[in-house]
Design a protein around this ligand. Structure first.
Ligand code: NAD
Length: 496
């Protein structure tokens, strides 16, 4: 069934004033049109941003615990509808159903976590150096946020932004990926059902050029939270910095698993398969490189190839499927082009390397899990984010060499080391230059109660998710208040 969806602006579902639409297509079967979606324009953006601007004045004054109650209700509605929403994620984005359900679970986790923040949002009270004076810092909302999200976590990533933005007292104009608009619409509908007042959360569908950029650069937008490719994130950051807008960007990755000679190889192989081919390699934290100690390199490669070649491609809704499709035709072409580049660069194609069009996969965007060996650090396939089921295996002499290879890319999102030697893992923990580090686990699997994000070209500005240094820093600014009840002029640093 094809869903006809709308924008949601100022409390009303409505078509775009452009009268244009676009389609959201199931990447496992391009004959299945998941949604007909508005293709919005500047007028829609203006109306949505103004609605959010007006609503901000009231929403910021709603006590945070009350805002939390609405988000708590959204968590309960998401939980009740988890199965249906997880199936939609799989149908619209392609990941296998357990991962589709995981995507929704992450949104549920974030909703409960941020609902609780409604009763914390804590600042500090500290003593004053002067008598009869007190001082405190409080978090206050920033204003109207543009939230721009990618397609690979169509429920989780919007939730990572919407819930902390709202609990902090901001209002929102949300522009999801044009490849997963139906998932985004369901999430917004749930928040509306939970009681979000009109104007507080607005949803606009459309392309990056026509909606994303004009929205992010709109004069009435105070802050931008973006997740997507590094090119777009850096471009937005440049524009926002000259226009005095807050911006945080979560961007690409070229993540790495290090396998030492003392690693449990079975465990490392499982981690490399999960990290490399889970979500069809389309995670920002995907393990697209495996750096293996030369003593175990050949054995690891054999085991890795054996495991990966058993993975079954297909529609993610089927229990027998291990790996779903990639998101669209242009991404498929990009990945296949990188595979050709890898071959030309002299890397050894061990398995995969081609599109898969057999049986039920005939009408989808499927690529066989691909492993390259004999990969050198300077090759393009070892340096650039491919964002598909392609893993490069690189040989290292020792731990120092492995860490140098791991760090020698422009990205710094996630890394992992498999080793039974506590000293190796401690050195890796100290020296790997990534925002996330896993010990004896793959590069994927972040939990929402900790900050999420990367170094170098993987992240700009504040981190997402929970904990100190997480999303509340992205969505609030500090206000410091000094109250003098001495009844006389007191001078800090001067009065003794
Ligand atoms: P993308 O950059 O093409 O698009 C992301 C979003 O930005 C979409 O909503 C898109 O419509 C919009 N957009 C595109 N051009 C724009 C512009 N000029 N101005 C404003 N908005 C614009 O990325 P994608 O293909 O949707 O997602 C894949 C990328 O996202 C990968 O690079 C991946 O690593 C990254 N990603 C990063 C994280 C993270 O947390 N670090 C998480 C998921 C995905």
């Amino acid at each position: 069934m094809t869903d006809t969806i709308k924008n949601y602006i100022n409390g009303k579902s409505q078509d775009s004033l452009s009268d244009r639409t676009m389609e959201s297509i199931n990447p496992a079967n391009t004959r299945d049109i998941v949604g007909i979606v508005p293709k919005s324009n500047q007028k829609d953006i203006d109306i949505a941003v103004n609605a959010a601007r007006d609503a901000f004045h009231k929403w910021r004054l709603v006590p945070a615990p009350k805002r939390g109650e609405i988000i708590f209700k959204a968590a309960e509605l998401l939980t009740k509808r988890k199965q249906e929403l997880g199936e939609l994620v799989t149908r619209e984005m392609g990941k296998v159903l357990p991962e589709g359900l995981g995507d929704v679970q992450e949104a549920i986790d974030m909703a409960y976590y941020m609902a609780g923040e409604g009763r914390r949002l804590s600042g500090e009270t500290v003593p004053s150096e002067l008598p009869n004076k007190d001082c405190k810092s409080v978090r206050v909302p920033i204003g109207v946020f543009a939230l721009i999200t990618p397609w690979n976590f169509p429920t989780a990533i919007p939730a990572w932004k919407i819930f902390p933005a709202l609990i902090s007292g901001n209002t929102v104009v949300f522009k999801p990926s044009s490849y997963t608009p139906v998932c985004a619409t369901r999430l917004v509908e749930i928040l509306v059902e939970a009681g979000i007042p009109e104007g507080v959360l607005n949803l606009i569908h459309g392309t990056g050029d026509e909606v994303g950029e004009p929205l992010a650069t709109h004069p009435l937008i105070d802050g931008v939270s973006f997740t997507g490719s590094t090119n777009v994130g850096e471009k937005l950051a440049r524009i926002c910095s000259v226009n005095d807008k807050e911006i945080s960007c979560e961007m690409g990755g070229k993540n790495v698993i290090i396998v030492m000679d003392d690693a449990k190889l079975d465990l490392a192989v499982e981690g490399a398969i999960w990290g490399g081919f889970g979500t069809t390699g389309q995670r920002c934290t995907a393990a697209s490189r495996v750096v293996v100690h030369e003593k175990v390199h050949d054995k690891f490669l054999d085991m890795f190839k054996n495991g990966a070649s058993r993975l079954r491609l297909g529609n993610g809704l089927k229990k027998t499927t291990d790996v779903g499709p990639v998101i669209n035709e242009s991404q498929m072409k990009k990945i296949l082009d990188y595979i050709e580049i890898g071959k030309k660069e002299g890397a050894k194609l061990e398995i995969g390397g081609e599109a898969f069009k057999q049986g039920e996969c005939a009408n989808g965007y499927f690529i066989r899990p691909t492993i390259f060996a004999d990969v050198h650090q300077k090759m393009c396939i070892a340096q650039e984010e491919i964002f598909g089921p392609v893993v490069c295996v690189i040989k290292a002499k020792d731990l120092t060499d492995a860490i140098n290879l791991a760090n020698d890319v422009k990205y710094g999102l996630s890394s992992s080391i498999y080793s039974q030697d506590v000293n190796n893992t401690a050195i890796a923990e100290r020296d790997l230059d990534t925002g996330l580090i896993y010990i004896n686990a793959s590069t994927i699997g972040a939990e929402i109660q900790l900050p999420f994000g990367g170094t170098k070209k993987s992240g700009l500005g504040h981190r997402e998710a929970g904990g100190r240094g997480g999303a509340l820093d992205m969505f609030t600014k500090w206000k410091v208040i000094y109250r003098d009840y001495s009844g006389k002029l007191q001078k800090a640093q001067i009065d003794k």
